[in-house]
Write a protein that binds this ligand. Structure first.
Ligand SMILES: [Zn+2]
Length: 402
């Protein structure tokens, strides 16, 4: 099997499961760091392994433009290219292309756009997005969808939804035809001599395995459209489903409402992924609602601006008050940064604009997000929820809101 999803334990609506992919097993609910350009910004792959990251995201749009998906295919795929032997999920490129509002033109066939790098002209169709994702060699690809902007009225959201459904079918049909062309596990493809010392390239490990494609639920902020989209995608029988078009500027209550509307309509035995969320208390909340996978640039982007997530709330490490603070970023965190470096030193690195600031801040923030999910997994698996841990979580939630 190319994807298995084994639920070990449920608690309320939450599920504790193991998602097994061609490049290894992922314990869910999981937070997936974003590796936009084949790198989680500022963090080398061996540190991601030390943080126990089991799956990360690659961005199709960025990798297509630079270095190019055919280049990456010739380098045996993204795993080999970036020396990452664990799982990778790629987005469809749609979200980035639609973000280029000045530079794009949308038709039923696909999206014409100009590169943000050099202004060159490009065209993404569902079929092309599938070809790019297969060339990159991700374990999980995403259907090409239209991310409905916010705010959008009902009529506009419906047009967008119909387009997404048509594109989902085309994505699925094309992906099914081409998925065996993935770059890994091709014993003698592309004229490259395989050595016995490169077990990840041998066909045996990937015998019969291919990438899997997830469908994406859209429908703007309208419960009836979300419902309709979910039902029609489920008929197409994807191995997993994402809820997209959220965290695009809407109030948080609406995000939560759309997730709550959609989740019960998705097949209980397949993974559910909410794209592009959120703050630490949000990802914990959504995991407790039954979401299995989430990703967000927040921990990594905030880190580069000196914003640290801690058990005591958010902390801006640039503040003067930390100039002589010898304590760790987060006294409750056991990450490699908190064990070794002081707030005063982290603040100094930011002030001096040292590259190490981005590295250390990002390691801590990722550790905090991963630990947040680990605690939720533990809570789901536990026989009883202790009063103490429940109150602790509440404290985190409260401090994040401030
Ligand atoms: Zn830490």
């Amino acid at each position: 099997m190319s994807l298995t999803f084994q639920i070990q334990k449920t608690r309320g609506l939450a599920r504790r499961a193991t998602l097994t992919l061609p490049h290894g097993a992922v314990e869910t609910p999981v937070f997936m760091p974003v590796g936009t350009q084949g790198t989680v910004k500022a963090i080398p792959q061996h540190l991601l392994e030390e943080l126990d990251v089991r799956i990360l995201l690659g961005n199709t749009y960025h990798l297509y433009l630079r270095p190019g998906h055919e280049e990456i295919r010739r380098m045996d795929g993204l795993h080999r290219f970036m020396s990452w032997d664990r799982a990778i999920l790629t987005d469809s490129g749609g979200f980035q292309v639609f973000s280029l509002s000045e530079l794009r033109k949308v038709t039923e066939d696909g999206v014409a756009f100009r590169s943000h790098i050099d202004g060159s002209s490009h065209f993404f169709s569902p079929e092309h997005s599938m070809d790019v994702q297969i060339a990159l060699g991700s374990d999980i690809g995403m259907a090409f969808d239209e991310c409905t902007e916010y705010p959008a009225d009902h009529a506009r959201a419906r047009v967008s939804l119909n387009r997404t459904l048509g594109w989902a079918r085309r994505s699925r049909d094309h992906f099914e035809q081409r998925k065996h062309d993935r770059p890994w596990g091709q014993r003698s493809a592309f004229g490259v001599q395989r050595s016995e010392n490169e077990p990840d390239l041998l066909a045996d490990r990937f015998e019969g395995k291919t990438p899997s494609l997830f469908g994406i639920v859209q429908g703007g902020m309208f419960a009836d459209l979300r419902r309709e989209c979910t039902e029609r995608l489920v008929e197409m029988d994807f191995p997993g489903y994402a809820i997209g078009g959220l965290s695009v500027g809407e109030p948080r209550e609406l995000t939560r409402e759309m997730i709550a509307t959609t989740l019960p309509l998705l097949p209980a035995d397949k993974p559910r992924y909410v794209m592009g969320v959120g703050y630490p208390d949000e990802i914990a909340e959504y995991a407790r609602m039954g979401v299995d996978m989430m990703d967000c640039v927040l921990p990594t982007r905030a880190a580069r601006h000196g914003l640290l997530f801690t058990s005591e709330g958010r902390l801006n490490i640039r503040n003067r008050q930390y100039a002589e603070d010898q304590g760790p970023a987060d006294p409750a965190c056991g990450c490699m940064v908190c064990r070794r470096y002081s707030r005063a030193y982290l603040r100094h690195l930011m002030a001096a604009q040292e590259p190490l600031a981005a590295v250390l801040n990002t390691v801590h923030n990722l550790a905090f997000y991963l630990e947040t999910m680990r605690k939720v997994r533990e809570e789901i698996a536990a026989e009883t929820v202790s009063q103490e841990s429940r109150m602790g979580d509440q404290a985190v939630g409260e401090s994040m809101k401030r």
